[in-house]
Design a protein around this ligand. Structure first.
Ligand code: SAH
Length: 252
């Protein structure tokens, strides 16, 4: 009997930002695994088993999901946002690479979700309208030296940057270190957006500059967008302020 393993993206929070395909995959699963806050967003149907675990156990969770699927079960692993963006899908393929036989007879599928940077961008306008990159500021899985290098080079290349995992209780100071690096390359008036808990009841989106960013609070539920030299603000007729990056660089 073939097992199924679907790695499902649940989006940043609201139910109506979850794709119908993701909802189907969750509904069909016998067992659902994931980081506890993501699993808690779901309501089990009769006969469904939920297994919540700690965030740091991604590879162990991926290996367990593969083992359950290989035994013929229908398994879903859930991630917030998109499962391929700093999340479980890569962990599953890492487990497959480590032990290819563990995936024998398992049908693997990835169901995409709305990643945090797209949700945050939509709230404030169109900051990702031109070239951009995404960088995780967490140095749990890479060195801080690598992060510094990527920040500096992305700023030099004039990408808009989406900074995931900007701070946590264990690393409250790193976002300010990141801004210090960016300030050595980018103009001080560069637009910075702090998008906290997008799609949740306590959502808060603030626009500032690279200089003003020093005053802003930021936690693990915040996504930080750093503009390029072209990113600007514009007011619509109703007085609302938006941030966007023009599609064309030709007129600059
Ligand atoms: N797979 C997820 C990202 C996991 S990394 C995705 O595609 O969105 C976790 C980081 O994502 C957080 O530290 C934060 O930077 C960002 N994030 C996730 N949900 C968010 C939300 N609702 N609002 C703002 N940022 C969010």
């Amino acid at each position: 009997m073939n097992g199924h393993l679907t790695i499902v993206g649940l989006g940043p929070g609201p139910e109506n930002w979850v794709t119908p395909a993701a909802t189907d995959a969750v509904g069909r699963a016998d067992i659902i695994l994931g980081y506890a806050p993501y699993v808690k967003r779901l309501t089990p149907r009769a006969g469904q088993v939920f297994e919540a675990s700690d965030n740091r156990e991604e590879l162990v969770r991926a290996e367990r999901a593969l083992a359950l699927a290989a035994s013929g079960r229908r398994v879903a692993v859930v991630s917030g946002g998109d499962p391929g963006v700093f999340a479980m899908a890569a962990a599953v393929y890492e487990a497959v690479e480590k032990n290819p036989a563990s995936a024998n007879g398992v049908e693997i599928r990835v169901e995409p979700g709305v990643t945090a940077m797209l949700a945050a961008a939509a709230r404030i306008g169109a900051p990702l309208g031109h070239d951009f990159c995404a960088i995780s500021l967490s140095d749990n899985l890479k060195s801080w030296a690598t992060i510094e290098k990527r920040l500096r080079l992305a700023a030099e290349a004039d990408f808009v940057m989406a900074l995931y995992n900007p701070a946590s209780k264990a690393r409250p100071q790193q976002i300010e270190q990141a801004f210090e690096i960016l300030r050595t390359v980018l103009p001080s008036e560069t637009i910075v957006v702090f998008a906290r808990a997008v799609g949740r009841a306590d959502e808060d989106v603030d626009v500032t500059t690279l200089i003003g960013a020093a005053e802003m609070a930021c936690d693990m539920r915040t996504l930080v967008l750093v503009g390029s030299r072209a990113t600007r603000s514009v007011q619509s007729g109703d007085g609302r302020a938006w941030v966007y990056t023009p599609r064309s660089e030709r007129d600059r």
